[in-house]
Write a new protein. Structure first.
Ligand code: MN
Ligand code: MN
Length: 497
């Protein structure tokens, strides 16, 4: 089988478009470091493109027709976008799906504490991370704090050049004899991921009070005893000045700058992510190094594809969901019914709703379940089987299956459907490759594919190859990102299976 390098397939015009799209994508990565921020960015873009929020149409008189564009956001963390096609919805949808949550550290609900003169926020990591990768680097804090009166304070600290950043300490190499002999899984324990947020006590000087104290002398003591007593008093006063005062200093800043009190952490969602922007990588600027490309590298082109696709026969859908990294659970994960409910509402607004129509619509649908693929890494070649690996620059990746230990937990795309997908790619000159997640029994992983497959629809895992997946900074090929966009547009416009 001949593998094409995507770069060699582009003409000058396309090379320009690759770079233009990469710039837009990097910008998205910078502005959408959390699922909530991703939703904000996406809603801005789809609104600008003329998409209308579904809830504004429900209960109204307007019926949806061919070419109409609607979207529905669930709890500010998931979104489903529809572009109505000319065929009845019963014939099925062409669905692009991806996730917008990424591995990170979450701030605990009672997080703030002080230890030996340093103030910390306690964390609990989210998703699969190598914990040792999160120490000794600049980190930023993003998220929301919702107060009891319902007002929301949005936080993003550490991204602007003059913002402060935060960090987690690591033990100096000079004293790391014991640490270095530990297994990588235990080098940094989960409970040691404490974010350093301050080191300066809140001191409100009260000189007159301290002067008054020191003038009280006890005349019955010897000179030596008096000296010892004075020292003790000084020590106590100094201790009092500092103990707890670092935490108090942070509390004062939080209250002054954000209007937040310590109890407000109880109803907060604060995420700690690597601070800084996505960058071009390599002398040839062929790659992008950035945080959270799993799975924004699929989510962004999916969203752009539905904006770009035109004159759809089958209704086009783009689902971007939360919670994939912890098993697609919760009200905003793929296992929630919000997607099915949104499809029912759209059917209703098209005047086509019945329970049977909904079932037929979902069962007759075709889906690309997009998530990142493990890019073949020559430095760790032993973990891959190269014939069936995804290569950076090799184009859009299709995985017939994922899973682990004999495909456990996987969706397994039908050969008939894969043939139809191949045809769409070849007809539109989309460069693609097929891959498994590493060599047999090296490990494994899952995606949202199996959840949509529960409806009986055709689903295939698809995506973009990534190096350093789940690391603070992940790498992709600009050509693959652009090829994903092209492949997704082709799928929305031409898939008819
Ligand atoms: Mn992942
Ligand atoms: Mn993923």
């Amino acid at each position: 089988m001949v593998r094409k390098n995507t770069w060699t397939t582009y003409n000058q015009r396309q090379l320009k478009e690759v770079n233009k799209f990469a710039e837009e994508y990097k910008n998205f990565l910078d502005n959408a470091k959390t699922e909530r921020e991703a939703i904000d960015e996406i809603v801005n873009e789809v609104e600008e493109a003329g998409y209308v929020e579904l809830s504004k149409l429900i209960g109204g008189r307007k019926k949806l027709k061919k070419g109409d564009k609607v979207y529905s956001v669930w709890m500010n963390k998931s979104i489903v976008i529809f572009q109505i096609g000319s065929e009845p919805l019963e014939n099925g949808l062409n669905i692009l799906g991806a996730h917008i949550d990424s591995p990170r550290l979450d701030v605990k609900q009672n997080p703030l504490f002080e230890k030996e003169g340093i103030a910390y926020l306690d964390t609990h990591y989210y998703g699969g991370i190598k914990k040792y990768q999160y120490v000794a680097m600049p980190l930023a804090l993003h998220g929301v704090i919702v107060k009891k009166d319902g007002t929301t304070c949005q936080l993003s600290v550490g991204e602007d050049e003059d913002d402060p950043v935060f960090f987690i300490s690591d033990l100096l190499i000079h004293l790391a004899g014991d640490q270095m002999s530990k297994k990588a899984a235990n080098v940094i324990e989960g409970e040691a991921l404490d974010l350093i947020v301050g080191n300066k006590p809140l001191v409100i000087e009260n000189e007159t009070a301290s002067k008054a104290k020191s003038s009280k002398k006890n005349t019955k003591l010897t000179v030596g005893q008096q000296y010892a007593m004075d020292e003790e008093e000084k020590e106590g006063a100094e201790k009092k000045k500092v103990s707890g005062a670092i935490k108090r200093g942070i509390l004062a800043i939080l209250k002054d700058e954000y209007g937040i009190e310590e109890d407000d952490f109880l109803s907060a969602e604060l995420e700690i992510v690597p601070a800084g922007k996505a960058r071009d990588a390599g002398f040839d600027r062929s790659m992008i190094l950035g945080y959270g490309q799993d799975d924004r590298v699929c989510a962004y082109p999916s969203m752009k594809a539905i904006l770009k696709a035109k004159n759809l026969k089958r209704t086009g859908v783009c689902i971007l969901v939360d919670k994939e990294e912890i098993g697609s659970v919760g009200a905003t994960g793929m296992r929630s019914h919000f997607f099915e409910n949104a499809v029912a509402e759209v059917l209703n607004l098209c005047g086509q709703y019945s329970d049977l129509a909904l079932r037929r619509c979902l069962a007759n649908s075709c889906m690309l379940s997009s998530d990142v693929s493990a890019g073949f890494d020559p430095s760790y070649a032993g973990s891959f089987e190269s014939k069936n690996s995804a290569f950076l620059g090799g184009g859009l990746v299709f995985n017939k299956f994922t899973g682990s230990r004999g495909k456990g937990g996987s969706n397994d795309a039908n050969a008939e459907y894969i043939a139809a997908v191949r045809k769409v790619c070849d007809d539109n000159k989309v460069n693609f490759q097929t891959a498994e997640l590493g060599k047999v029994d090296a490990g494994g992983g899952g995606t949202i594919a199996y959840i949509l497959a529960l409806y009986g629809m055709n689903v295939i895992d698809c995506g973009v190859a990534v190096l350093n997946m789940h690391a603070p900074w992940e790498a992709t090929s600009k050509a693959d990102v652009y090829e994903a966009l092209r492949g997704y547009v082709a799928f929305l416009e031409d898939m008819d299976f």
